[in-house]
Design a protein around this ligand. Sequence first.
Ligand code: MN
Length: 337
Amino acid sequence: MDEVFDASQFLGLPARSGPVDVAVIPLAYELTTSYGMGTADGPRACIQASAQVELFDQILGEDLPAGATFVTLEDFEAQAPTLRLQLDEMLGHAMPWLNGQCFPLFLGGEHGILPPIIQAASSHPLVDGDLSKLTVVQLDAHADLRSHLNGEIFSHACAASRSLDLGVGRLLQAGVRAYSSEEAQRIVSDQRITTFFARDTQHPHTGGVAWSKWLEELRELSGPVHFTLDIDGLDGALVPATGTPVPGGLSYWQAVETIEVLFANPHITVISADVNEITPQHDTPLTQFTAACLGTKIIACHLLAKREGRWKRTELVERGDAPSYSFEHFKQDGPSP
Ligand SMILES: [Mn+2]
């Protein structure tokens, strides 16, 4: 049965009434991008490019939406006057979709969207206010472990640092090939961080061995997981329009394999994901189309996990002592160094 095509929706899939299974949430956010410009337009460009993505997924074995109800939200554009208030705004926007009732896929926007998503994830029933239960799996050219960039602690270059500061229990990174000495030291000293450097996984002779170890790490994870895909983790040739394209990155199939292996792990629940640092490419749609293909792969793998019992809608429990999660978090963090 053919569905009516709706260009405002991811994959052109029309929003349907009833409980939402998959929410695509564009976060048109660009405040601290250091080099390229245009990440605020990235999510919408990705949604437009998704119209050209095939609905059939090989491992799902059927066309999307595969019986699921999709919704693509309108672009979130921060209105607040300061960066911290905008992060709080984004937190409030993200949190309703992290209640365990659906799978949210956030489209960014610069990687600075990660800390508010992670803070919102603390309200997910499987995290239940304790972010040490949460693992973040990150594909990225950069470690994003700086304490600050040009004095700004919520810069995209600090996204992983701030997520760890919020209390995330583990951080697994791959594709990393551009980082500072400060970040190299943090990778060694912070036991929560495991980094697979592109220098090792992409090595022309021994890369396969390092890559197998990365996949092994993914297979050994347990508990709730957030997957964050900075598209600059891919080789710059695949995503030339992203803010900081870097050579020597992951192949498309390595990104696909990471997603498939992660979602196939029966001991984890991938509660949410984001694809970020998408910037529209005007001469060809390559950058936004690559992001749309990987966003589609994430959704297909989620639906497969759901079909095979690795993801279940959390039962809504009425609690007398319902925990309250602060929307003031970022605002109260005080001045930058
Ligand atoms: Mn990043």
